[in-house]
Every structure is written in structure tokens, then in C-alpha cells.
Ligand binder design. Sequence first.
Ligand code: URA
Ligand code: SF4
Length: 194
Amino acid sequence: MMITDINSAWEELRKRVEACTKCGLCQTRNNIVFGEGPVNSKCVIIGEAPGEEEDMSGRPFVGKAGQLLTKILENGGGIPRASVYITNTIKCRPPNNRNPNTDETDACREYWEAQLLLIQPSIIVTMGNIPTKALTNTQRGITTIRGVWQKWRGIDLLPMYHPSYLLRREGDLTVRKQTWDDVKSLKAKLAALK
Ligand code: URA
Ligand code: SF4
């Protein structure tokens, strides 16, 4: 696809999400959180859903968990945050950060699918159970599937712990080491693309 075609398809998709009322989360959101990063990135990171700071700013992963994500990528993997595309499985904040229900994840699926089909990355990273289950249909929980490369429609996919989980487990050296290993695995896969 020509880059101009991608850009217009992308803006059209963003407008659809801005106007979306497909699930009840449209009633409580302040802003949609579409995602940010280069549309030609080799790597897309998919989180769960926007939190309070994200809902207020309209940007993904800008709160505490987001700051930790940036650190993991940059300090752990030497991967600049600005080099990856970052989004979520759910584009509107669930009230009080409750987990999204299946009606909401089903309703919002078409948007991240469309984003992935337009970006066509070589690598997808899912952070935590919600995106990992949405993209791989696995029954396995994140503690056993993290670090084990999967596929989404032929694209390499790495499940990792969600940074909010890491914040709740601060001081747990095992999960810290596992995350360190996973970001190294991501770095190696990215390096092998070039
Ligand atoms: N947690 C997420 O999963 N996504 C965000 O954008 C912020 C926090
Ligand atoms: Fe639409 Fe997704 Fe927002 Fe629900 S969460 S209103 S499906 S954009």
C-alpha cells in the first residue's frame, strides 16, 4: 500500500474510533486512546485498556505503568519507546480501571485488528492476560505463557507481563528477571530483522 493510502486509511480509522459507541465505555470516557508511534514500525505493543492518565491525555501508557514500560524497553532492551507503536485492546477507559468484559473486548477487537493489518508489523508484544488471550485464544495464564513466542496470523508474538503487575510485585526478583529475559528476547528478534 502507498504511504499516502495508509495515512488516509489510518485517519479514517481514528475518526471511526473517536465516534464509536459500540459498547458502554463510550459513556464514561473523556478521550479515546487510539495509540501512538510510527505507523511503519516493525513492532506493535498491545496493552489492556487506558487508565486515568491515559483517558485524560488520550495517550497510551503515560501513567506509572507506562513509565515502567518505557524503562523496560529502553534500559532493558535498548529499544527507544518512540520506535514502537503502542496501543491497547480496549480504546476507552473502563470505570475505576475494572477489567473489560467480553462484550467490550469483542466490540473493540475490530480496531486493533485494523491497526495491525495497516501497520503489518513483524513483531507483536502483548502485555498481560487480556491482550494475550484476545490475540492467541490461549487458555494459559500469563505466568506460564510469557516469554514463549506465539503467532498472530503468521506474525511473531511475544507475551510479556503487564507493567502494572510488575508494580504490584515490586521486589519480586523472579518476575523482574523474567521480564529482563523477555525484553532481551524481543531485542534479539528485532535485531534479526535487519
Ligand atoms: N495500562 C494499559 O494496559 N494501557 C495503558 O495505556 C495504560 C496502562
Ligand atoms: Fe468503541 Fe472500543 Fe470505546 Fe467500546 S471501548 S466504545 S468498542 S472504541
